[in-house]
Write a protein of this length. Structure first.
Length: 122
């Protein structure tokens, strides 16, 4: 026998409810990812202004030691060409990017750890 219009409506409602629940879960996960990314970005900025400031002497020294051969070659080329201003800008970019990467990694780890602790406490 064929389903009645009422039975069809009930099946459609169940399917729609399931889709709506899946959509809510998906949207909730996206919102959680957005909040996590915002928290990491804020923490990264805080770290760069404090403990991970790129131009502390020890941080500058570390970035110089970790500089890639390609970056060293770029600096050498600029200096050989007499472009001290360009070399200074390049050096600033290299050091800043190095410490931004580290600060973002640390921030990500810290926020992840804090989230796991808050989940355990709930």
């Amino acid at each position: 026998m064929y389903p009645t219009p009422r039975e069809n409506h009930m099946d459609s409602t169940r399917i729609a409810d399931g889709v709506t629940a899946d959509l809510r879960r998906h949207m909730g996960a996206l919102e959680q990812q957005d909040r996590f990314a915002e928290a990491v970005e804020a923490r990264t900025n805080t770290l760069l202004q404090t403990s991970h400031h790129p131009f502390k002497p020890e941080h500058l020294a570390e970035a110089l030691m970790e500089m890639s051969p390609a970056n060293v070659a770029t600096l050498a080329m600029l200096l050989q060409a007499g472009n001290e201003a360009g070399a200074g800008i390049a050096l600033k970019v290299f050091v800043t990017e190095y410490w931004e990467d580290i600060a973002q990694f640390v921030a990500d780890q810290q926020i992840e750890h804090e989230c796991s602790w808050s989940t355990l406490e709930d």
